[in-house]
Design a binder for this molecule. Structure first.
Ligand code: KIV
Ligand code: NA
Length: 265
């Protein structure tokens, strides 16, 4: 019943075992996913959108993410907790990346961090890794760069773009990353990068052949109002929650709730 480690994830790739990852931003959901056996929980900077209501991940800060990470870490007993380094918390260089990662680990209780980018962030990955911080890379559609990518669209189409992503992935592996997220790339490229890397790949919109799959939990559970093509909703929480709120409201207005059963004599 010990906690999942980056070593376990390396072994899973050697054994050809696929595994799931979900985002989490609070204690109750982290506990449910942990009990469901999800081995890796990501406190994503997607919190910017699904928790804080921004329309991109750019505005969210380390101060925003640290308490969410702490909540997830307190609740998850077995899952490896990975926290995103938000935009502006690592781009300045290795020292900034280390200071930011230290906050997510010391105050947030995370066991690993994730950052976006390939070649341009390998000095950060090297510094973090040699300081004992496991690093997850993230390439392809990197939402913190939405303003240079020109929108949320498939990346790595065409030979040159595919080669660039493959070499970014290899550079991250060489720099010491323990895994790499591939977001929104053609399935064939997802498969090719997965084949060429020793470390596990985690796909989101990267086809069926990556070593692992990740989704934002609100997308996975049908709570998000609109989702990308790569999302499969496994529940319809938006409808269920709306119905629950409507029933509660109706019963309060009509006086049905609270009844004797829910009152103190
Ligand atoms: O922030 C996030 O949720 C992520 C995952 C989608 C990989 O980075
Ligand atoms: Na993210």
């Amino acid at each position: 019943n010990r906690r999942v480690t980056v070593h376990d994830l390396a072994l899973a790739k050697q054994r050809g075992e696929r595994w799931p990852m979900l985002t989490a931003y609070d204690a109750l959901t982290a506990r449910i996913f942990d009990e469901a056996g999800i081995p890796v929980l990501l406190v994503g900077d997607s919190a910017a959108m699904v928790v804080f209501g921004y329309d991109s991940t750019i505005p969210v800060t380390l101060d925003d993410l640290v308490p969410l990470t702490a909540a997830v870490s307190r609740a998850a007993k077995r899952a490896l907790v990975v926290a995103d380094l938000p935009f502006g918390s690592y781009q300045s260089g290795p020292e900034q990346a280390l200071a930011s990662a230290a906050r997510l680990m010391k105050e947030g209780g995370a066991q690993a961090v994730k950052l976006e980018g390939g070649h341009r962030v390998t000095p950060q990955v090297e510094a973090l890794t040699s300081a004992g911080v496991p690093v997850m890379g993230h390439i392809g559609l990197t939402p913190q760069s939405v303003n240079t990518l020109g929108g949320y669209r498939v990346q790595g189409r065409g030979h040159e773009a595919a080669e660039t992503l493959l070499s970014d992935a290899k550079e991250l592996e060489r720099a010491g990353a323990f895994a790499v997220v591939l977001e929104c790339v053609p399935a064939r490229l997802g498969a090719e990068i997965t084949r060429q890397l020793t470390i596990p790949t985690i796909g989101i919109g990267a086809g069926p052949d990556t070593d692992a799959q990740v989704l934002v939990w609100q997308d996975m559970a049908g709570l998000s109002p609109k989702v990308a093509k790569f999302v499969k909703p496994y529940s319809d929480l938006a409808t269920q929650l709306r119905n629950a709120a409507t029933s509660f409201a109706d019963e309060v207005v009509s006086g049905v709730f609270p009844d004797e059963q829910h009152s103190y004599a």
